[in-house]
Design a protein around this ligand. Structure first.
Ligand SMILES: [Fe+2]
Length: 236
């Protein structure tokens, strides 16, 4: 864990240009936006094998997620400057980078928590209130998996497939979002219980063009305990 933490911080520092000045502290000092940092994985890179290879997990976390973090922080700095100058044109121009990179950070931070090594209970179907709710909304756990796999396989281009809880309607649903759009872009009351990354960078090194195999295997390392806790906290 210590090595991984060090590697994460080093990767982020390099991605941010190698500077040693903490961006968050600098932004806070001038009253600007607080930046984000790359979260540690809660398991080793190879801990999800054979469902997801260690090589994919390392690249996905250390390169892809780290880049979203770096680019989001850079966009926030530019936004601070634009707001300070009252440059409305620049503020508007930055919205795309903030949505894409901020969304990438939000989505991947959830994704790492959605996965768990088999030895620690990954893949164990949901029990308790979430298990009952899935039966009620989808007919069965197997029907939910089939629906999410079908929607993930049908998603054109890059994006995400979600098991969502509408906290106002108290209903579960399967949703998809394009690119790095977070689930909240589908509705302010949507809370993500599970999100599956169906960008090619999430599976191509191992599964090549066979996205359905990736979707079938990811359930073997799904962290239903996390999803159940989010469900019970939000639904209570
Ligand atoms: Fe990803």
């Amino acid at each position: 864990m210590a090595l991984r933490t060090l590697a994460s911080k080093k990767a982020l520092s390099l991605a941010l240009g190698g500077g040693s000045r903490p961006l968050a502290a600098a932004a806070a000092a001038r009253g600007g936006a607080t930046t984000v940092s790359l979260p540690d994985l809660p398991y080793d890179f190879g801990a999800l094998e054979p469902a997801i290879s260690g090589e994919i997990m390392r690249l996905h976390h250390q390169k892809h997620h780290a880049t979203y973090v770096a680019n989001y922080n850079k966009a926030l700095e530019q936004l601070d400057a634009a707001v300070s100058k009252g440059d409305a044109s620049a503020v508007v121009q930055l919205q795309g980078a903030i949505k894409f990179n901020g969304g990438g950070h939000v989505n991947h931070s959830i994704f790492w928590k959605n996965l768990k090594p088999i030895s620690e209970g990954g893949g164990e179907p949901p029990h308790g209130k979430l298990g009952w709710a899935i039966d009620e909304h989808f007919g069965s756990f197997e029907a939910l998996v089939k629906k999410m796999n079908a929607e993930g396989a049908a998603l054109q281009g890059s994006g995400w497939v979600w098991l969502a809880l509408d906290k106002e309607a108290k209903k579960l649903s399967v949703e998809t979002t394009p690119n790095q759009d977070p689930l909240v872009t589908k509705g302010a009351s949507f809370v993500p219980l599970l999100g599956i990354d169906v960008w090619e960078h999430a599976y191509y090194l191992q599964y090549k063009n066979v996205k359905p195999d990736y979707l079938n295997n990811i359930w073997k390392v799904m962290n239903w305990k996390y999803a159940g806790e989010v469900y019970e906290n939000v639904h209570a």
